[in-house]
Design a binder for this molecule. Structure first.
Ligand SMILES: NC(=O)c1ccc[n+]([C@@H]2O[C@H](COP(=O)([O-])OP(=O)(O)OC[C@H]3O[C@@H](n4cnc5c(N)ncnc54)[C@H](OP(=O)(O)O)[C@@H]3O)[C@@H](O)[C@H]2O)c1
Length: 298
């Protein structure tokens, strides 16, 4: 199987390329190539078509995206071009090449109030989209283009992603613990942390099995940002009580953040995907790699 990974230099794309190189399901490694912005801007339809024609993949895993959530409020058109138009361009190229397509989406396509207003209920794969902010709108636009594809497609929604990359939450907490005695972290937003390496494992299985449809893929369990910060502190050998809870109202951001971001997964189990590791386990593994200097962007 020949796989093309967009956003190959990014947090998820780079984890995915490493995972694919190790082979899938005990079989040989698929032939996987990564592309990123220096190879061409996917918002240009001719560029996207040219890249797909050159690589002639059996399957495209589209990890490239505008991921600056607050920046999408001020630069909506640019964010929409990167997440909506670029996805449409790639989908059109996939259709022309007969390639399967995987689109990575987000918890922010939901309204953030929980199904039926129940903050503990979370969201199923089939729940109605009502993006909580402009970034969510652009990602929902990308989803809409993928649903129209006439070749096999997957939409894989994930949340609270961390891994080898320039910025992510556990990495920021670890840095701040070295600079300040106490940290205030919001305790009124709940979601599912996801280690890029564990998501890469799921994506490898979904693509090699050529599964179709919408999937929710995160680490197992849910927590608040405060809980995640405390777990990160413990993994760093710091006293978790140095993390203090606060409310979202104390830290206003340009983009609205969902109170409930919990993604419930049913379809992965139906596709035969084994249970994901718990989020606490994922944090420990990631921080251990950070501490050992084993990550790219330390
Ligand atoms: N990070 C999260 O917490 C999170 C949560 C839920 C879902 N997701 C989704 O997961 C996927 C992967 O996220 P990530 O955090 O791994 O992203 P990332 O590290 O920001 O990587 C995305 C890559 O895409 C590139 N890119 C942006 N615009 C492009 C364009 N027009 N043409 C070609 N390449 C372009 C970026 O290049 P530059 O860096 O040079 O701009 C970057 O290398 C995305 O679809 C994202 O929406 C992320």
């Amino acid at each position: 199987m020949k796989i093309l990974v967009t956003g190959g230099d990014g947090m998820l794309g780079s984890a995915l390329l490493r995972r694919l190189a190790a082979g899938v399901d005990g079989g040989p490694a698929p032939e996987a190539s990564g592309i990123d912005l220096p190879d061409g801007d996917l918002t240009d339809a001719a560029v996207a078509a040219g890249l797909v024609a050159r690589h002639a993949p059996d399957w495209i895993i589209h990890c490239a995206a505008w991921t600056d959530v607050d920046g999408a409020e001020a630069r909506f058109d640019d964010a929409m071009a990167a997440n909506g138009q670029a996805t449409a361009n790639l989908a059109m190229a996939a259709s022309a090449a007969g390639s399967g397509f995987t689109y990575i989406s987000t918890d922010y396509v939901f309204d953030g109030r929980g199904r039926g207003g129940d903050l503990d209920a979370g969201y199923d794969e089939d729940d109605a989209l009502a993006p909580v902010n402009r970034y969510g709108l652009t990602k929902a636009a990308g989803e809409a283009h993928v649903r129209e594809l006439d070749t096999p497609w997957q939409i894989v929604r994930t949340s609270w992603l961390f891994g080898d990359g320039r910025v992510n939450f556990p990495k920021t907490i670890r840095r701040l613990l070295g600079e300040r005695e106490t940290l205030q972290v919001v305790d009124d937003q709940r979601g599912c942390p996801t280690y890029a390496d564990d998501l890469a494992e799921v994506l490898a299985l979904l693509v090699s099995g050529r599964h179709r449809g919408i999937f929710h893929a995160t680490n197992r369990g849910e927590c608040s940002w405060y809980d995640l910060a405390r777990e990160t502190a413990a993994a760093c050998g710091a006293d978790p009580d140095r993390i203090r809870p606060c409310t979202s109202a104390q830290f206003p951001r340009p983009a609205a953040r969902p109170a409930c971001s919990i993604l419930r997964s049913r379809r992965l189990e139906e596709a035969g995907c084994p249970p994901r590791p718990a989020w606490q386990d994922a944090v420990r593994r990631y921080v251990a790699r950070l501490e050992a200097g084993q990550v790219g962007h330390p």
